[in-house]
Design a protein around this ligand. Structure first.
Ligand code: MG
Ligand code: ZN
Length: 375
């Protein structure tokens, strides 16, 4: 009897060891993660890089590609809040939710996880910094429209750097509080004029809020805000050799899709690509930076169609962007990964898994709450 148990233990022990050895391809752990979200950026939007963009496309740099299902817990087609929350926390939730699950309970987000490891964290967006996508990375509120509360939570969060629009949620509030003053009392250096300033110092927190609501569109002359803010965030968050997690959002790709506006979409995509180039340049030099580029969903049902010919038929050598909806679509969205840990991101999977892959790649193990959720 004893011998049988011993033999069994030995055997299972050996099998366990074997299993471990097989899987023991030393995982690569990046010490910096740049997570870039093209809001509403489906494969057609990415494809414009190859027909309307500069060559070579920055997407050429990525060798590890995935396809992502972004359905929320309540809808086949997600909104940016539910998807942002899934990306930031690994938990699928109801459309409209920011950092809370379907029972409206706060769930831990990646900036909270990596802050415990001593990493700096930042968010950059071309919407207000309190808009659904960036908010999902630091706030916990029942609905995305609670932007004044989200702004308050930003200053109480672990975020060390933020840039985008949204002044009115800080200094034109229904409670008359001047949150910019509060921010400075909490140690932030706040700038509401522009990105130019002194070189970032280690261990300082920075907030750039440069428009009342969303930032101007590219067609209105936003200029280099997104790539410049990305570069400034990287410089600030890595000052003193620190590890960091940075979320960068091309927010208005989505707004162009809602507007079914081809020129707007192309301009916002070219701008987002500039920000990707900035991230990849840094990652290439740094060697320890994982860059993940994806979307929260597709917007507009955009297609790269042949322009209708003058005498009927289609001109297969002239591409026009057409749209099938003024809302979001259910199409799988692409994901691109570069750097240490990038190989984890290939395959077809749910957006909520991206959080777990990033957290694991950073060397942390988090429980997988979404695995228990009903499918
Ligand atoms: Mg967004
Ligand atoms: Zn949208």
């Amino acid at each position: 009897m004893t011998r049988t148990i011993l033999a069994y233990l030995l055997l299972t022990g050996l099998i366990a060891c074997n299993g471990t050895t097989d899987k023991n391809k030393a995982p690569e752990h990046p010490t910096r993660i740049i997570f870039m979200i093209g809001d509403g950026m489906g494969l057609s939007a990415v494809s414009t890089s190859y027909y309307f963009g500069e060559q070579p496309s920055p997407f050429d740099m990525f060798k590890h590609i995935g396809l992502i299902n972004t359905s929320s817990a309540t809808h086949k087609i997600t909104d940016s809040a539910a998807s942002g929350t899934a990306l930031a926390t690994g938990t699928r939730t109801y459309n409209g939710a920011i950092g809370v699950d379907t029972s409206r309970t706060a769930v831990r987000n990646i900036t909270e996880v990596v802050s415990e490891m001593g990493w700096n964290t930042g968010v950059v967006a071309t919407s207000s910094v309190t808009h659904a996508t960036p908010a999902s990375f630091y706030a916990h509120v029942e609905h995305r429209n609670m932007e004044e509360k989200i702004a308050t939570q930003l200053l109480d969060s672990n975020i060390d750097f933020f840039a985008g629009g949204g002044k009115r949620f800080f200094n034109q509030r229904s409670d008359s509080v001047d949150l910019f003053r509060t921010a400075e009392e909490k140690g932030f250096i706040i700038d509401t004029a522009g990105l130019d300033g002194a070189a970032p110092q280690p261990d300082r927190k920075y907030g750039y809020v440069l428009a009342d609501a969303g930032m101007p569109t590219m067609l209105e002359g936003r200029g280099g805000f997104l790539p410049d803010a990305t570069a400034l965030a990287i410089e600030s968050l890595s000052a003193g050799g620190k590890s960091f997690f940075l979320m960068v959002e091309g927010s208005q790709i989505d707004w162009a899709g809602h507007a079914n506006d081809e020129a707007y979409l192309l301009a916002e995509m070219r701008d987002f690509e500039e920000a990707i180039r900035v991230a990849l340049d840094f990652a290439e030099k740094d060697g320890n930076t994982l860059v993940v580029v994806t979307a929260d969903h597709e917007t507009g049902g955009a297609t790269l169609s042949a322009r209708p010919g003058e005498s009927g038929g289609s001109n297969y050598d002239d591409i026009v962007i057409t749209f099938s909806t003024g809302g979001h679509s259910a199409t799988l969205i692409p994901l691109f990964a570069y750097g240490p840990g990038a190989e984890q991101f290939t395959g077809i999977y749910k957006h909520s898994e991206i959080f777990h892959k990033m957290v694991r790649s950073a060397g942390m193990d988090e429980p997988v709450p979404d695995a228990a959720a009903a499918d």
